[in-house]
Each structure stands twice: as C-alpha cells, then as structure tokens.
Design a protein around this ligand. Structure first.
Ligand SMILES: Cc1cc2nc3c(=O)[nH]c(=O)nc-3n(C[C@H](O)[C@H](O)[C@H](O)COP(=O)(O)O)c2cc1C
Ligand SMILES: CC(C)CC(=O)C(=O)O
Length: 375
C-alpha cells in the first residue's frame, strides 16, 4: 500500500480503488453537501490553547463509555454495508476494534449479522464495548427481535438513530440509481423484502430514485417520535442512546425520556443539508444535558486535534464514520487498525503538546472558539 500518513490518505486511495456506486454512496452528503464540508471546516475554526511545562512524558488516553474502559476516546460509528468496501466488511472492523480496544457501533443495516460479527472476534481476548445502531422498522416485531438478538450476542447498548424518518437526498446516489451488489444482503434480516435492496426501476426527477431511498421509505417508520424511544426502553436490557441530536431542546427531551447517552450527529451531512457542523452545536447540547448523561460526537473527525477539541467542548468520546470505510477498502482489518493507530497517535501527541497527560486534564480552557460567521 502506498505510504499513508494521515486519514485523508485513505480516502484518496479508496477513491482510486472503489467502484462508482459504492464510492459515491460512501462519500456523499445530502443535496449541496454544505454540512458535509462544514463538519470538517468547523474544526479548523477552533483554536487550541496549549499549556506548557506540565510533564507529559506519560500520556494516558484511556477513558470510559457507559462505565466500560476503552483505550482512547476514538470510536467507530455505524456505517451500513461495509462489505461493499471489503469482503470481510463488518467482521474486519470488529476485529480491528477489538485489537485497538475501541468501542464500535454496528449498523443494523450491516452486510454481516449481529451473531456473525460477535463470533468473528477473539473470545480469548478482552472485548471492548460493542453497540448496535437501530433503525425503527414499521414492523415492530422485527425491530424488537433484532434488539433481542443483539443483546444475546453481547451487544451492550442500543443507539437509536433519530434523524432518518426519510432518507436525505443524495444526488449522486439518485443519478447512479444506487444499488447494493446482488451478492450482498442486509444480513440481520431473512425476509427478502428486508434483506434485499433493489435498484429503483423508475423515477421522475423529483423521486429519490436511489434503491436506498425506496428501501428506507418502504421499511422504516416515518412516524418516529419520542414514544418509540420509550418503547425500546421498555424491553431493552441494555442502555439506550439516541443518535442524531443537534439542539438543546431535543437534548433536554432525550434526557427526560431517560436515555443513557446522546450522540451529537448530523449523520455525516447525509440527511438535512445546511444544518450546522456537529462541533458547532456540541457545547449547546452539553450545556443542556449538564452532565446528566454522556454526550458523544461524530461528523468530520479526521485528526487528533479534532478529538481534543471535541473533548474540550464536552464530548465523552468521538466516532469515526467514513475513515473506517476508506481504511477497510485499502487493507481490511489491518487498514482499520493502522487508521486507528494514526489518529490515536495524533491524539496522544495533541494531548502532550497541549499539556494534558490524562483525559481528565482536557478542559474548556484548551480551546478558543472564534465568533466568525458560520452555519
Ligand atoms: C456510508 C455511510 C453509511 C452510514 N450508515 C449509517 C447507518 O446505517 N446508521 C446510522 O445511524 N448512521 C449511518 N451513517 C452515519 C454515521 O454513523 C456517522 O454519523 C457519520 O458517518 C459521521 O461522519 P463522518 O463520516 O464524517 O465521520 C452512515 C454514514 C456513511 C458515510
Ligand atoms: C441504509 C442507509 C439508510 C444507511 C445510512 O444511514 C446512510 O446511508 O447514511
């Protein structure tokens, strides 16, 4: 593999290696992709305020999520259909997460089942927390069965995605009439209507003619509301989180609904375009939550300094989406391990150069947010 020194290098290599259908699906944001770009740019507008002369000879990046130790606050976000990136798909990601002591969230629209992902890791080694991301299906029984199967397979939390009552309009997928390759299935489901995702056959310009949008419209429940969160909590035996919160108002409602954690996310800019960058709303959400539950962030995290900034503004941990797909495509499990090594080392160095020897040393005073015009 050509020399890779930062996470963007994986994206460049994957862009050369992946076919159009998968590449566009993975990299796209919604509509004009304003939010997609903002997610990364907003990190650049935040300046670090390093402290010096603090003995950083030993930097400890360990922390916990929901009470379980992880090697660093850098975790893996749920992304659907990872076997389009590499034949080992979600199993490779899970093995890499285990080797790195990283928390991983599996998409419920994975191309490997919850049981097969659980079986793919090494039972003799410690298992970092592994959570299931959940879409609420119109078919409640199927939704509940999936949660129960995940719990039985050792998944230790459920993250309900709340920003996708309908799929965002991703122009490249519409033009490509996105289709999952026919040899793959959405492996958590056996019923062909749920397991397969066909090419949308027709469509006027206004139709969201990617196979994915048609699938989402057919399967997921657009009535999605807070009663669904209560419903999942009524039978889940593990903590329940919500993924896709962007405002103080919804953060307050989430805490009142009794969730165990909040993932500040705009779905990697793939749902409602022109919503703010996640790092720009993180502090608002954390203020509203006021420490009652853990708050995490995803969206545009590409460098160790981004991780440091997110923690300084209140995140317990961050999650990476696309970098995992690019690294998977480049070198499977090894690629994901190396990618986590690179950003992990960048984070360790950013901590050291900011005068932080432990996660607890990272404070609000380590960042300066500039009052520039932004979304
Ligand atoms: C190709 C792709 C597939 C995704 N699939 C899911 C999914 O199945 N469920 C979900 O909640 N979020 C999904 N997401 C959103 C990610 O979990 C995450 O919010 C986002 O990718 C973070 O931004 P980043 O890619 O800039 O790191 C997906 C994102 C991408 C890029
Ligand atoms: C199957 C998709 C709806 C998964 C997803 O969340 C995405 O593509 O952003």
């Amino acid at each position: 593999m050509a020399q890779v020194v930062c996470l963007d290098d994986y994206e460049r290599l994957a862009a050369e290696g992946l076919g159009r259908n998968a590449l566009d699906y993975y990299r796209s944001g919604a509509q004009d992709m304003v939010t997609l770009r903002e997610n990364q740019r907003a990190f650049d507008r935040i300046a670090l305020r390093p402290r010096v002369l603090r003995d950083v000879s030993a930097v400890d990046t360990r922390t916990t999520v929901l009470g379980r130790e992880i090697a660093s606050p850098i975790c893996i976000a749920p992304t659907a259909m990872q076997r389009m990136a590499h034949p080992d798909g979600e199993c490779a990601t899970a093995r890499a997460a285990q080797r790195k002591g990283a928390c991983m969230i599996l998409s419920s629209w994975s191309t490997t089942s919850v049981e097969d992902v659980a079986a793919s890791t090494n039972g003799a080694l410690p298992q970092p927390p592994r959570w299931l991301q959940l879409y609420i299906y119109k078919d409640r029984a199927a939704t509940r069965r999936l949660v129960e199967r995940a719990q039985d397979a050792g998944f230790s939390a459920i993250a309900i995605t709340v920003d996708t009552p309908f799929l965002g309009r991703r122009l490249a997928d519409i033009r490509n009439r996105f289709q999952m390759p026919p040899h793959l299935t959405l492996a958590n489901f056996h019923d062909p209507a749920r397991a397969h995702l066909a090419r949308a056959e027709s469509g006027s310009a206004a139709d969201n003619a990617s196979g994915l949008a048609a699938y989402v419209a057919a399967q997921t429940d657009p009535t999605l509301n807070w009663t669904h969160v209560a419903w999942v909590k009524s039978f889940a035996r593990v903590p329940v989180l919500v993924k896709g919160i962007l405002t103080a108002e919804d953060a307050e409602l989430a805490v009142r609904a009794g969730v165990d954690g909040i993932i500040v996310s705009n779905h990697g800019g793939r749902q409602l375009d022109t919503v703010p960058a996640t790092i720009d709303v993180l502090e608002e959400v954390c203020r509203a939550v006021a420490g009652r539950v853990e708050v995490y962030l995803d969206g545009g995290v590409r460098r160790g300094t981004d991780v440091l900034k997110a923690l300084a503004l209140g995140a317990r941990a961050v999650f990476l989406g696309r970098p995992v797909l690019w690294a998977l495509n480049c070198a499977g499990e090894t690629g994901v391990v190396e990618m986590l090594d690179i950003i992990g080392e960048e984070f360790r160095l950013a901590m050291a150069l900011s005068g932080c020897a432990s996660i607890a040393d990272i404070t609000r005073e380590h960042v300066r947010t500039l009052p520039t015009a932004r979304l």
